[in-house]
Structures are given as structure tokens and as C-alpha cells.
Design a protein around this ligand. Structure first.
Ligand code: GTP
Ligand code: MG
Length: 336
């Protein structure tokens, strides 16, 4: 099932349904355009991986060297050793059993196997906005793309799903961080709650944002947080504190904690995801900067090895360069 904004987000209003019907006719063309962009923006990983896979699987005789080379290519693309071994063993088995003949069949099956690994578990793959308001919190290592992602997300939620959005600038360490988020609020056309001074308590800003969101009846409040290394214990503990303060304003909030992972950091991203999710309940990953890396296979390693769903991907710096993650499209864009 192809994923769009209406597939990823569950909303209570009928707006999503209305949008979906209105665009039903243009849908195939729109999706083709979407896929072309995805494929283009993933070109670094694709050119590294697809060429090698073609050369390996279409070379005629399939032998031990074929599987070794395929493993190497997947590991180079950061699919991860464990996930790679699993996929290649399965493909090898199926080829030996005689079900797969020729490069076309082999690469088609490889694509399926990769998509299976990347696909989040049913029920684990959506973001429920049916709260008053829904509170989303962005966390992650410095520079991974939290603030940029929030800006793009606010824009899409309003444009595609008709949701009203309020941002909370709880990255209070640097004045520049607040200014950056203000810029995005302007571009997205939504309100923002800012700290009254540099170094203000991030929990207080988050609390105020949720309070104001309730008062104004907005649909979604998105909280930005300061970047922190997964190894900085005190800063990691602070995330828990911000969450508790939000919970005092609105029980059960935050409803969705999104961890941004910079795909250019490769396997280190996997480690970040692991350690962050040990400290805060991470509901989904936003994998950013896929346009700038040959290591896009990290999406598969995260799903395959940590079982944390990748929900959104960043494929550039423009407003519309954020999109719901679709495992099938992603695998296809990497290999075709
Ligand atoms: N090419 C590309 N650049 C991106 C993407 N997402 C974010 N960036 C860039 O990455 C840089 C860092 O993004 P920010 O959103 O400021 O990252 P952050 O996590 O908020 O950073 P801190 O607040 O310092 O922790 C910016 O220059 C963004 O434009 C993406 O998907 N593709
Ligand atoms: Mg930031």
C-alpha cells in the first residue's frame, strides 16, 4: 500500500477524506511525480547500490562470489551486517531451490526482501492526531534536522491535512535556534511559542506551548528541543523532564516522539537510535538528508535491527522535501 500524508496521519476531522477524494483523479500522475523525485533525490545511494547489484545479479553464473559481492554492496550502502546477512541468505536459498532464474527475477526478489524489512509493523506505522491537541516532540543529536523537519511537517499538516499547528521553541540554549524556528513558523504560516529569555527552562516553554495550544483549540503542537548527544547523560535525562512537564499540562502527552537521524552518519545513526530509544520512548524515526548520502540503506538497518518504524524521510532542504516513508517505494527507488 502506497503511503501518503493521509495514510501516515490519523485525523479526526473529515478534511483528510475530502482531500483524498479531491485528488483521486490526479493521484496516479502525482504519485509518479513523487516517485521520480524520490528516485532522483536518492541517486547517491542508488547509483552506488543499483550498479553493483546489476553487475552481480545479471552477470550470468550465480555462485558463491555473487553472494559475497552482493553482501559487500549492501553493507557499503549501510544496510547493516545483520540485515544484509539475513536478506542475502534468503535470496541464496530461494535461488538454490530453483524459484529464481535470471537477473530480473533475482533483483526483483531482492527488492521485495528489502521492502519487507523496511516496512513497519501494522499498527506501529501511523501517527494519531486525534487528541486535543496532539503533541509531537522532536528529539535527536545536534544538527540531525529537528528544526527543519518541524518546519516542513507544520507546512504539510496544514496544507495536506487541514490541521492547525502551533510550534514550541523549547531549544532555549541558543537565541539562533529560536530565530530559526520562527523563520519556519513564518514559512509554514503557523503560530509559535518562544522562551522569554535565552537559557530559559525548556520544560516551561513546552508547558506553555501545550497550554496555549489547548486554550486556542489548535490541532497539533510540535515541540522543538535542543540537540544532544546520546552519550550526554544529563542532557538525555532532561528529555524525560520535558516530557513529564508536558504530561502535567496534558495527560498522555507527548503523543508522538520523533527521533531525527541524519542518514549521512551511517551506522552511527543506528547507535543514536538505539541509545535514544533506551531513554525516551521513540515512536518513530525521521531519516534526514537522504539526498546527500550513498548510505541510504541505514533505513533498512534501523527497521531490521531495532524494529523502530521509520515514519518520515527528508530528501532535501525545501518545504516539500519531507514525506511519509513508503517501504516499497523506497526499495524500488534504491534498486531500479
Ligand atoms: N540536504 C538536506 N539537508 C537537510 C535535511 N534536513 C535538514 N537538513 C539541513 O541540516 C542542517 C541542520 O538542520 P537543523 O534542522 O538545524 O538540525 P537540528 O537537529 O535542529 O540542529 P540543532 O538544533 O543544532 O540540534 C540544516 O542546514 C538543514 O538545512 C535534508 O533532508 N536534506
Ligand atoms: Mg534545531
Amino acid at each position: 500500500m502506497a503511503r501518503d500524508w493521509t495514510d501516515l496521519f490519523i485525523t479526526s476531522s473529515g478534511a483528510a477524506g475530502a482531500t483524498a477524494t479531491a485528488t483521486a483523479e490526479e493521484e496516479p500522475e502525482r504519485r509518479r511525480g513523487f516517485f521520480r523525485r524520490l528516485r532522483d533525490n536518492l541517486s547517491k545511494t542508488r547509483s552506488a547500490l543499483a550498479a553493483e547489484v546489476q553487475a552481480t545479479l545479471f552477470s550470468g553464473d550465480v555462485d558463491a562470489e555473487t553472494w559475497e559481492r552482493l553482501e559487500e554492496a549492501l553493507i557499503m550502502a549501510d544496510v547493516g551486517a545483520t540485515t544484509t546477512a539475513r536478506v542475502v541468505a534468503q535470496l541464496e536459498q530461494e535461488a538454490e531451490d530453483g524459484g529464481l532464474e535470471g537477473g530480473e527475477a533475482l533483483s526483483g526478489r531482492l527488492q521485495e526482501l528489502l521492502a519487507d524489512i523496511a516496512r513497519p509493523k501494522e499498527g506501529d506505522d501511523r501517527i494519531d492526531l486525534r487528541h486535543d491537541p496532539a503533541v509531537i516532540m522532536a528529539v535527536g543529536v545536534n544538527g540531525t534536522g529537528k528544526t527543519t523537519t518541524i518546519g516542513k511537517l507544520a507546512w504539510h499538516l496544514q496544507r495536506e491535512l487541514g490541521q492547525t499547528v502551533l510550534l514550541g521553541a523549547a531549544d532555549t540554549f541558543r537565541a539562533a535556534a529560536v530565530e530559526q524556528l520562527q523563520g519556519w513558523a513564518q514559512r509554514a504560516g503557523c503560530d509559535i511559542v518562544t522562551p522569554d529569555r535565552e537559557g530559559a527552562d525548556p520544560g516551561a516553554v513546552a508547558f506553555e506551548a501545550v497550554r496555549r495550544g489547548r486554550e486556542q483549540g489548535v490541532d497539533v503542537v510540535i515541540i522543538d528541543t535542543a540537540g544532544r548527544l546520546h552519550t550526554q547523560d544529563a542532557l538525555m535525562a532532561e528529555l524525560g523532564k520535558i516530557r513529564r512537564v508536558i504530561g502535567k499540562q496534558l495527560a498522555d502527552a507527548p503523543h508522538e516522539t520523533l527521533l531525527t537521524v541524519d542518514s549521512t552518519t551511517g551506522q552511527n545513526g543506528l547507535r543514536q537510535a538505539k541509545l535514544f530509544s533506551e531513554v525516551v520512548p521513540v515512536d518513530g524515526i525521521v531519516l534526514t538528508k537522504l539526498d546527500g548520502t550513498a548510505k541510504g540503506g541505514i533505513a533498512l538497518a534501523i527497521s531490521g535491527e531495532l524494529g523502530i518504524p521509520v515514519k518520515l524521510i527528508g530528501i532535501g532542504e525545501q518545504l516539500d522535501d519531507l514525506r511519509p516513508f513508503d517501504a516499497d517505494d523506497f526499495a524500488r527507488a534504491l534498486l531500479s
